[in-house]
Design a protein around this ligand. Structure first.
Ligand SMILES: CC(C)(COP(=O)(O)OP(=O)(O)OC[C@H]1O[C@@H](n2cnc3c(N)ncnc32)[C@H](O)[C@@H]1OP(=O)(O)O)[C@@H](O)C(=O)NCCC(=O)NCCS
Length: 221
């Protein structure tokens, strides 16, 4: 059986999986211990794999990239065993420019038969149905809890007749609006003010608003 050189501790932990996928026997390669090898393993095409790729090109042996598969593990972290592993002798799937075994396989009608396509679509459907993602230990959160669907109120204009300013009319108007938004389930309220208008910022700050780091852009047509 030929040997495959592994240069990093992270990949060495996966030597059992690498042996099963490549059919080669993993050997730890160090600058002071240089066993013979037929291929070099590296983690994807990240800069951390530079050393492995250099060794492969200097020795003329093929570089084989490994990467997390779509289902990494129950919890994040290197101590967790991977549930899937991608192996690619050409490139890696996330680098569109360099090609990859995956792209070649999908483009090959001999391999990507209707039967394989059905299995792939079934797997996608199973991931959706079981709500699986790369890591799977977190509690289920609604899009709103994650801030992806945050309900938000918007104050377009709030103004008080100049003759009646300074009598808490503005505050009462604003508080009525905030109560309305709260009743609708909003968790934030936003407005845009002209910073050249004296006092308007102070008015909103006195109501508990905070300046937000948002910069409006305008183009006249
Ligand atoms: C801003 C405006 C709505 C305030 O109305 P108002 O009825 O005078 O405000 P209130 O009397 O209810 O004051 C509420 C708080 O804001 C503060 N405030 C209001 N105007 C202020 C000013 N010019 N400078 C500093 N603070 C001011 C008040 O001191 C008060 O604070 P406090 O309760 O802690 O004492 C009013 O000046 C206005 O209509 N401005 C022009 C319109 C405008 O630009 N609208 C904004 C578009 S979103």
């Amino acid at each position: 059986m030929g040997q495959i050189a592994i240069l990093t501790r992270g990949l060495w932990r996966l030597r059992g999986e690498i042996a099963a996928l490549t059919g080669l026997s993993p050997v730890r390669w160090e600058p002071w211990r240089r066993p013979a090898f037929e291929a070099v393993a590296g983690w994807g095409h990240k800069p951390t794999a530079d050393r492995a790729r250099r060794l492969a090109s200097q020795s003329g042996a093929p570089y084989i990239a490994f990467e997390d598969g779509p289902l990494r593990s129950v919890r994040p972290g290197p101590s967790q065993a991977p549930m899937s592993l991608v192996m690619d002798r050409t490139g890696i799937y996330y680098r569109a420019g360099s090609g990859s075994d995956l792209v070649s396989l999908v483009a090959s009608p001999d391999w990507f038969t209707p039967d394989v396509e059905d299995r792939a679509l079934g797997a996608v459907e199973a991931l959706r149905r079981l709500k699986l993602s790369k890591y799977n230990s977190g509690p289920e959160r609604s899009p709103r809890e994650l801030g992806l669907e945050e309900r938000s109120g918007w104050i377009g204009v709030l103004g008080v007749d100049p003759d009646f300013r300074g009598q808490a009319v503005g505050r009462r108007l604003a508080e009525a609006m905030l109560a309305h938004f709260r009743g609708k389930g909003a968790v934030t309220v936003r407005t845009l003010v002209d910073e050249k208008l004296a006092g308007i910022g102070q008015f909103f700050i006195s109501l508990g608003f905070e300046p937000a780091p948002l910069q409006p852009f305008v183009k006249r047509l």
